[in-house]
Write a protein that binds this ligand. Structure first.
Ligand code: G1P
Length: 296
């Protein structure tokens, strides 16, 4: 039998984004821009570059802007066409390539990340799939972490979780993996356990889960049975802990710079870093930064 490739990705985007109020009162946090592109578009571009062809957004009320963003906007397009502004026309027409399928499914109750992924089960079927948390913005300029993961999946057919090394004191903000003993290479290792947001004294390692996952469809068997855990939510991490008892689950140590756009300071850092690389703005922006640091 031929090895399967990962062609579908789930984007859980139902969260309320209360950390960014009042900005997120009426618009989705995933639509906050880094310079001129919404956070969700960076995640979608990364997925498409990794070979994903079907995007499944798990949404809630107040998230219609995401659907509109990846749809065509007839009024805007005909206006730009009349003006002959082809550069801007290209920008609005190409939020998503023609061959990519977008599907939207509602998460009716905010029961947690595990529950959000379960809402996409009927659209995944018996296929491997990726889960992408758009809040974790990755710099793909040198390497696309998800692409490496989809390539590894094609070869090995294991579920793969992206991780990064954190300070031990930060463990209570992440899922933390337990590497199986006796493995020398840290980059791609089998994991023997995983815990959601443990206190540092209970953390099994300093390897934290970041928002990129690839799963075999078996994960749904466990998600269906998972009860509310940390934060009274149905945790994806708890289903992974069960999955790895029945089949191999690997960790891939993601080498990309990650920006935690779920926090204000992470969002600010991403804006700073992307501004310093922006083709049209970087020179002016550097000058501004210099000016501000001299004023200090
Ligand atoms: C979620 C996961 C957690 C993971 C994190 C990565 O937590 O539950 O295991 O480490 O994403 O960003 P959240 O940040 O949604 O609280």
């Amino acid at each position: 039998m031929q090895n399967k490739s990962v062609k579908k990705a789930v984007f859980p985007v139902a969260g309320l984004g209360t950390r960014f109020l009042p900005a997120t009162k009426a618009s989705p946090k995933e639509m906050l821009p880094i310079i001129d592109k919404p956070i969700i578009q960076y995640a979608v571009e990364e997925a498409i570059a990794a070979g994903i062809e079907e995007l499944i957004f798990v949404t809630s009320s107040n998230k219609r802007a995401i659907e509109d963003h990846f749809d065509s906007n007839y009024e805007l397009e005909s206006l730009l066409q009349k003006k002959g502004d082809t550069a801007k026309l290209k920008l609005v027409q190409h939020t998503i390539p023609e061959n990519i399928v977008c599907t939207f499914v509602r998460q009716k109750n905010p029961l947690g990340l595990g529950h959000a992924v379960l809402c996409a089960e009927h659209l995944i079927g018996d296929e491997p799939f990726a889960v992408i948390l758009a809040d974790d913005l990755l710099d793909t300029s040198k390497t696309n972490c998800l692409k490496t993961m989809t390539d590894l999946y094609k070869k090995h057919q294991y579920s793969i979780i992206a991780t990064q090394i954190i300070e031990p004191s930060e463990s209570s903000s992440y899922g933390i993996i337990k590497p199986q003993r006796g493995q020398s290479d840290n980059n791609f290792i089998k994991i023997s356990g995983i815990v959601e947001k443990p206190q540092p004294e209970h953390a099994p390692s300093n390897m934290a889960v970041i928002g990129r996952y690839i799963f075999t469809p078996k994960i749904f068997n466990y998600l269906r049975k998972t009860k509310a855990g940390a934060g009274q939510e149905i945790q994806l991490t708890d289903a992974i802990a069960q999955l790895l008892k029945g089949e191999s689950v690997y960790s891939f140590l993601c080498p990309s710079k990650r920006y935690d756009c779920g926090s204000k300071i992470g969002y600010l850092e991403a804006t700073l870093a992307f501004g310093l690389k922006h083709t049209d703005l970087k020179e002016q922006f550097k000058k501004l930064l210099k000016q501000y640091s001299l004023e200090k």
